[in-house]
Design a binder for this molecule. Structure first.
Ligand SMILES: Cc1ncc(COP(=O)(O)O)c(C=O)c1O
Length: 437
């Protein structure tokens, strides 16, 4: 055994938590089997990537600073090259994007531009975790980045049944009451109303309204995470976000440009317009408190990255719906292709079931046997196909009979190849457990 200087048990408990290892584990499996077809990665489609746009976007944003905002050459350079405003420099453009694409009116001062949506989640959870009685409710299955961020700030996550409506409201109410009966303080409930990761499920309009009513009745905040909302399936309608329906400042809205512009910029944001009374008697948006935390985590989001995002927004009059025409069509095509392939390989009424989401990147396949990391390894090694065990999106140790497929980073040909290989794996597993194929 190698000499050791520190035991992991002497570090913050989160570093030894399965949630923090999940993304690394899945990346390592993918690296280990580079020839396997990956229906695992939730990355955006790369065919439209073009690094030449970086210069164009930077230039567009520079011209915006000079021509629209009247900044001098020195001020433009300082804005892009110097340390900058903690809450960010593209907040006005983000507010315009939300108005254009989401019919959502927000005060730009209630926006904090963050290093990806991931930092936004961390800032919000850090702020909400005020003491040891605080807990977070989160729809299950849930995005592992949320669970991991909660671990970092010692905020226990209580799962709420997701189900076909996106969240089971009776269970949400029960969980709130149960937590309070135990002397705990549920601070918020995390939800993904549009094409959730990993379930693919969306909430209909009536359900969104009922969720907002319940949040008001139970005095609960909702954390709405919406990275996939701009990608409805062909013919599917886009519904208003919770934040657009929120008249009582119950919703903290988490945004990401990873899927709608480019993930390499690492830019996201949070809209936090809840009024906070400071100890000095002043009242301001929660965003101001989040900015204090941010100033001690990443200081400010790279202005160069923000400029690239800002330029991309300006290039399309702040409409990311307009900017993503090709991408939306590619994801919708892939979703349809995957659904057709699944129907071909696994006939209705059989032991293998899957859902047909109204958009987004993900589909869940349910099988009559346990799906775990060992099976993923075998799938990669012996069958040449990668997917994500759904167990990664539940509490560690929960037995789960399902896997997540992603259509975002593959071609229809790769979907066919991957599905044929997955079908071979599933057929062999069914034979092992004795289920009819
Ligand atoms: C539901 C959800 N939230 C947040 C993120 C992270 O976004 P970002 O890359 O902006 O940090 C992802 C990324 O896959 C996601 O699926």
């Amino acid at each position: 055994m190698e000499p050791v200087d520190l035991a992991v048990t002497a570090l913050h408990p989160s570093v030894d938590d399965p949630a923090l290892n999940s993304m690394n584990f899945l990346n390592e499996v993918a690296q280990h089997y580079p020839d396997a077809v990956s229906l695992a990665a939730g990355r955006p489609y790369e065919e439209f990537f073009d690094s030449a746009v970086l210069h164009r976007h930077l230039d567009t944003f520079r011209r915006h600073l000079a021509d629209d905002l009247g900044l001098s050459r020195e001020q433009v350079d300082r804005t892009l090259l110097q340390y900058g405003r903690t809450k960010g420099i593209v907040h006005d453009l983000i507010a315009r994007h939300l108005a254009v694409d989401e019919q959502l009116t927000v005060d730009p001062e209630a926006i904090v531009v963050t290093v990806g949506c991931q930092e936004a989640m961390f800032l919000v959870l850090r702020a909400l975790r005020a003491g040891p009685r605080d807990v977070l409710l989160a729809v299950a299955p849930t995005y592992v980045g949320l669970t991991g961020a909660a671990r970092l700030v010692d905020l226990p996550v209580h799962p709420v049944t997701g189900g076909p409506d996106g969240i089971d409201l009776a269970d949400l109410r029960d969980q709130v009451h149960r937590a309070r009966a135990e002397g705990l303080r549920p601070r918020a409930c995390y939800v993904m109303p549009d094409f959730a990761n990993p379930s693919g499920v969306s909430m209909d309009l009536a359900h969104r309204r009922r969720l907002l009513d319940l949040a008001a009745e139970e005095d609960l905040l909702l954390l709405e995470d919406n990275p996939y909302g701009l990608f409805p399936a062909a013919g599917a309608e886009r519904l208003p976000t919770l934040k657009a329906l929120d008249t009582r400042r119950r919703v903290v809205y988490l945004g990401s440009f990873a899927k709608t512009v480019l993930p390499g910029a690492r830019v996201g944001y949070v809209v936090a317009d809840q009024r906070v009374a400071g100890s000095d008697g002043t009242v301001g948006p929660l965003a101001d408190q989040l900015a204090k935390i941010k100033s001690m985590v990443t200081v400010n989001t790279s202005p160069i990255s923000q400029a690239v995002i800002g330029g991309a927004l300006l290039a399309h009059d702040c409409s990311l719906v307009a900017a993503n025409t090709r991408e939306r069509a590619a994801y919708a095509r892939n979703q349809r292709h995957l659904a057709d392939g699944l129907a071909r390989l696994f006939p209705a009424g059989g032991p293998v079931r899957w859902n047909v989401p109204a958009g987004g990147f993900f589909v869940v396949v349910t099988v009559p046997f346990r799906v775990d990391d060992a099976l993923l390894h075998r799938s990669a090694r012996e069958y040449g196909v990668l997917w994500t065990p759904m167990a990664h999106f539940y509490d560690a140790g929960t037995p789960v009979n399902a896997l997540r497929l992603s259509v975002s980073a593959v071609t229809p040909h790769q979907i066919d190849l991957g599905l044929d290989r997955l079908a071979a794996l599933i057929t062999d597993e069914l034979a092992t457990v004795g289920a009819p194929a």
